[in-house]
Design a protein around this ligand. Structure first.
Ligand code: ADP
Ligand code: MG
Length: 702
């Protein structure tokens, strides 16, 4: 299912027509219907929205006599010869000749003997591809081709002009598809009701829907094709954003969140806990929060700020405001180490306060878990810090008023919904240190309000980043020795690759051994995800206290470690990390008074890996890195997980079409604001709900 599908007949006759089984389209029939069902086509609507994988400009057929080597072109001719030859060692060779009265051309296929059945002497064919030459003749190797059989080849027919090329499946040909789609358009395109408001169509200069669908398949010109696509992209984005707008509205309208009023006294009491003054950006975020929290409409806010920008203080401020208003707060972190770090920060700040808080992670002993669960349920606990244990361990709160999620992009939308469902409707604040490109903020987190900490606390040192080539390693190790002798500490980070975790851990442990030998005068500790919590904690403590000088770690240190004296970070096999991850890691240094160095050890094998190392050496601007990362890897990979919650669009590409996305979002949100619950757009709303059914519970979970 997708954002262009329509499965349920709604009440009008026109839209019922679109739900007609595809077998009743002229030229289809039950048997062919079964074939194209494999392409996901079951109804007339599916067929109309069947997207060509490409188009071909047939107005440009070239005479064979002017075939130019190296160029891609299309030719039409009669097959004069077709032979399938067995080759001695390497399978088969199919050689065909076509003649168009200006000359002859060879069409050649290796190891595709089944094509011999499709190309016969006497056939008229169209063939296209890149022209090479063979024994003095122009040749195309593995051309695409199509047999011309006159039907529909008359001027204005479906195989003339700019023609669609469809994704196919066995037994389904392009000619047949063009034929049935053209029949389908003739009979049904007038049934396509334009579901967009006329005002939007006009404002965004969109073509009417039925025209867009006709020109999707058979565009009269390149310009018409692009305008058709633009309309269909807009539709998808608009439906998606309308779902987001409804979800937002649902959440807001539901109310039921506690009113958390932050008085001057409470504000002063919280600020007094910090041994620093909040920055102007932090103050601005707190103003956003305070306004949200004061309302019974649950807050739904995303806080973006680069590593080290001071998001923790915001989280603490928000949680303490909640506690002051007699609510409970939960803070969820993606790793045990990060949860522990938050717990420690809180312990330090709240030494003298009466706030009751606990830590619950996967490593918490069962008896302790039981105790904490009981406290939470009895309301004898103010703040609970934890990992996803918080959602897995069925913790019930008696009056959960605020949920904070740190490093949010690791949590899918569904998890967000699940933790929220623990309270009636708590306020929620999600924080991410991975700057999220704007287009993704509008999609994955499209139902959230966004605050940004653009400038972190003063005094952060710029981190110098160098890509260290293999021949420069010795030099780098000596440099590190010098820094260690000056009293600094160093991280050595190793990538963990899914599936080879064991061997990677081994390599981290082995390297630690090598480092111990290399740096005999210093102390080396190791931390890996495979270690149990106490030994990990003790290794971390050694490093944190400065007794250990080097910490060898797998990426478990990715987030949350705050050790200002550590000013060196070596990343081994840096080419195996994604950009955002490298940026995250680098954020662990440059936190103290000392100049910091990030050394990327790596031998990139691909152009892409090399450009990652170059970008890292060039910039420390998190947003730029995020945009580059998105560009290099594409949106699906960007989050590094399949549960990223990104919508799958058939026509739109959220990176390429970001301007259209922003326009669609503006219009969709304005529409929902002007027509709450889309009460006056019942059919459109049905379409929105239909589009997102079974996906993210987008509208329902609110
Ligand atoms: P992140 O946004 O990565 O979670 P943290 O909240 O861990 O960043 O903050 C990084 C460091 O900056 C911490 O040591 C924190 O105590 C310090 N910090 C936060 N806010 C301020 C501030 N306003 N002034 C000075 N230091 C601050
Ligand atoms: Mg943090």
């Amino acid at each position: 299912m997708g954002w262009s599908t329509l499965k349920r007949p709604s009440d009008t006759r026109a839209s019922q027509a679109l739900c007609t089984n595809v077998q009743y389209v002229r030229g289809v029939g039950p048997q062919y219907a079964r074939l194209i069902a494999r392409l996901g086509i079951e109804t007339v609507h599916d067929l109309l929205y069947h997207k060509p994988r490409g188009w071909q400009d047939r107005t440009q057929i070239m005479p064979i006599s002017s075939a130019a080597q190296g160029e891609s072109a299309m030719f039409a001719g009669t097959v004069t010869d077709a032979r399938l030859k067995k080759m001695r060692r390497r399978g088969s060779l199919l050689d065909a000749l076509i003649d168009d009265s200006t000359g002859q051309m060879a069409l050649t296929w290796f190891n595709q003997p089944y094509i011999a059945e499709k190309i016969r002497v006497g056939d008229r064919v169209l063939a296209w591809g890149r022209v090479t030459s063979y024994q003095g003749l122009p040749q195309i190797v593995s051309p695409e081709f199509e047999t011309i059989d006159d039907e529909g080849d008359e001027a204005g027919g479906p195989h003339q002009g700019i023609v669609p090329v469809y994704p196919l499946t066995e037994g389904v040909t392009n000619r047949r598809m063009r034929f049935i789609i053209s029949n389908c358009l003739e009979k049904y395109s007038s049934s396509l009701e334009d579901f967009l408001d006329a005002a939007i169509i006009e404002k965004r200069r969109l073509v009417p829907l039925s025209q867009a669908i006709r020109h999707l398949h058979f565009p009269p010109s390149e310009k018409a094709r692009l305008r058709a696509l633009r309309r269909l992209k807009f539709d998808e984005l608009f439906l998606f954003e309308a779902a987001m707008a409804l979800r937002r509205e649902n959440i807001t309208r539901a109310g039921g969140a506690p009113e958390i009023k932050i008085t001057e006294r409470i504000d002063a009491r919280i600020r007094r806990l910090f041994d620093f003054t909040l920055t102007p950006d932090q103050d601005a975020v707190i103003r956003d929060l305070a306004a949200d929290l004061a309302s019974t409409a649950p807050m739904n806010r995303l806080l973006q700020g680069d590593v080290g920008s001071g998001k923790t203080a915001i989280a603490i401020y928000a949680m303490l405001s909640a506690v002051a208003a007699r609510s409970q707060a939960a803070l969820m972190a993606p790793t045990g180490i990060l949860a522990e770090q938050h717990y420690r920060t809180l312990s330090k700040l709240l030494r003298e306060a009466r706030v009751r808080f606990e830590l619950l992670t996967g490593g918490t002993p069962p008896a302790e878990k039981t105790r904490i669960r009981r406290l939470a349920a009895a309301g004898e606990l103010d703040i609970l810090i934890g990992t996803h244990s918080l959602i897995q361990e069925s913790v019930d709160f008696s009056r959960l008023g605020l949920v904070v999620m740190d490093e949010q992009h690791k949590f899918g939308v569904l998890q967000r919904a699940r933790l929220k469902s623990k309270g009636t409707s708590p306020h929620s604040l999600v924080m991410t240190a991975t700057p999220i490109p704007r287009t993704l903020t509008l999609t994955v987190f499209g139902d959230l309000d966004v605050s940004v900490i653009a400038t972190g606390p003063p005094g952060r040192k710029q981190v110098s980043t160098r890509w260290v080539r293999p021949e420069q390693r010795e030099e780098a190790f000596e440099f590190i020795r010098k820094k260690l002798s000056e009293g600094r500490q160093a991280f050595f980070v190793y990538p963990l690759i899914e599936g080879s975790e064991k061997s990677d851990v081994r390599s981290a442990v082995e390297t630690a051994q090598e480092l111990k030998e290399l740096y005999r005068e210093f102390t080396v500790e190791v931390v890996t995800g495979a270690m149990d919590s106490p030994s990990r904690e003790s290794a971390m403590n050694e490093f944190r206290s400065g007794r250990a000088h080097i910490l060898v770690a797998t990426v478990v240190i990715e987030v949350g470690i705050d050790i200002p004296n550590a000013s060196i970070m070596v990343i081994e096999n840096a080419e195996r990390f994604g950009l955002s991850q490298l940026h995250q890691l680098r954020g662990r240094i440059g936190r103290g008074r000392h100049r910091s160095w990030c050394l990327l050890f790596g031998e990139p094998a691909t152009e892409e890996a090399r450009s990652r190392l170059e970008i890292m050496s060039e910039t420390s601007d998190g947003f730029r890195i995020a945009e580059e990362d998105l560009r290099l890897r594409g949106p699906g990979e960007f989050f590094g997980t399949r549960q990223h919650g990104l919508p799958e669009f058939k026509f739109a590409d959220i990176i390429e079409d970001w301007k259209l996305l922003i326009a669609a979002r503006e219009d969709a949100f304005a529409m929902v604001e002007a027509d709450p619950g889309l009460a006056r757009h019942a059919r459109f709303k049905e379409r929105v709900l239909e589009s997102c059914r079974g996906r993210l519970d987008l509208v329902e979970t609110g």
